[in-house]
Design a protein around this ligand. Structure first.
Ligand SMILES: [Zn+2]
Length: 80
């Protein structure tokens, strides 16, 4: 099963689910470098699709706060 995730260490997409943390967050493990990590929008790379989607939302004059919530990026990142 392929998960739409990117390893924060090596950038691999070969990620498997690895249970959940005590806080109930999904835990992932990279099969290439064996790094374990949890899903965290703060470090999630902004791929081309996300950027294109944000551009679209900006054109629709949606407030930055709304875009940030919808795309899980920070408002400060959007302003940058
Ligand atoms: Zn990796």
């Amino acid at each position: 099963m392929t998960i739409e995730m990117t390893c924060p260490t090596c950038g691999s997409h070969d990620i498997s689910k690895n249970g959940t943390t005590r806080r109930g967050k999904q835990n992932y493990k990279c099969r290439d470098c064996n790094r374990q990590f949890i899903e965290d929008p703060q470090w999630k790379p902004k791929d081309k699709d996300t950027r294109a989607f944000i551009d679209l939302l900006l054109l629709e004059k949606i407030p930055l706060a709304g875009i940030a919530r919808a795309t899980h990026v920070s408002e400060s990142w959007l302003q940058g």
